[in-house]
Design a protein around this ligand. Structure first.
Ligand code: A2P
Length: 269
């Protein structure tokens, strides 16, 4: 894999632990919505090696944008994020020349509703999906579900929703805010007006996720005819949600055999 240099154009610190980086996009760099790429910093190498230290980051920007966007957690002693959190506009970053990943439309068979289930920075690939007109062409309804510990961690999701509303005003027909639903849930803080206090897995177990997602009170589990699911979060959350999807009768999809749900396995944040 070759590495490309990109220039940081802006950095936004959302909370003391979450931040967003925007960079230039090399003309040659192509990706599919939902994919990730390896990123690194010049001079930051593997311990006692010359090779650069690289980490997989989902591309959060839409495919049509001329910039790239990454959403990251700050880990105090993390080998890469301890340095990445200090980059500023004008700095150089490295990205792999090839993007890849499992959260792509082609790994799913056609259906009516797309569920994007994420925790923490696992929302990043879905930031690309909800800003992609193709998602609105392929699905009648998109439910973006974001689980966090605290409410302030929903800031990025809220800005995304606002961004889609703006895109809908600028390009009605390509985007449709009425067909996008943002469902936020927190587990360690209570605010009954805007969020729901449970893990996503618990909302699935008791069926509440479906009435938030406009499935109506009768829907208690995923329907393999109508629902497709993309999952991106911690290893434990991925594992538990996979088990629930299987229990609901959905089959895991891949590019070689499209199915009814997909999981990003490279994501570790
Ligand atoms: P909880 O607060 O009950 O641990 P984290 O910051 O640790 O990645 O967690 C982000 C969110 O994901 C939190 O709301 C956390 O809930 C939730 N979470 C952690 N593990 C799981 C799991 N196995 N299934 C569903 N949600 C999970």
């Amino acid at each position: 894999m070759a590495l490309l240099e990109v220039e940081v154009t802006s950095v936004t610190h959302h909370t003391d632990t979450l931040f967003k980086i925007q960079t230039t996009r090399p003309a040659s760099f192509r990706f599919r919505t939902g994919e990730f790429v390896m990123i690194g910093l010049p001079g930051v190498t593997l311990p006692n090696k010359k090779a650069p230290l690289l980490r997989a980051y989902s591309i959060a920007s839409p495919v049509w944008a001329d910039c790239l966007e990454f959403y990251s957690i700050k880990v105090h002693d993390g080998p890469l994020t301890s340095r990445l959190q200090h980059v500023t506009a004008g700095d150089t970053m490295l990205i792999g020349d090839k993007a890849t990943g499992t959260l792509v439309y082609d790994a799913l068979t056609p259906a009516r509703v797309l569920w994007l289930l994420s925790t923490g920075t696992g929302i990043a690939p879905f930031a690309s999906v909800v800003r992609d007109p193709e998602a609105f062409e392929k699905f009648d309804q998109i439910n973006l579900v974001h689980g966090t510990r605290y409410m302030k961690e929903h800031m990025y999701a809220e800005q995304l929703y606002t961004n889609v509303c703006q895109l809908d005003q600028e390009m009605p027909g390509a985007f449709d805010r009425d067909r996008l639903r943002l469902i936020k849930t927190t587990t360690r803080e209570q605010d009954y007006t805007t969020t729901y206090q449970k893990r996503i897995t618990d909302h699935l177990e008791d069926g509440t996720l479906f009435w938030f997602g406009n499935g109506g009170e009768d829907q208690l589990q995923f329907d393999s005819e109508t629902d497709r699911v993309m999952i991106c979060g911690s290893t434990a959350m991925n594992r538990d949600l996979k088990a629930l999807c299987l229990k609901h009768g959905l089959q895991e999809g891949s590019l070689s055999r499209p199915g009814e749900f997909v999981i990003e396995k490279a994501f570790v944040g």
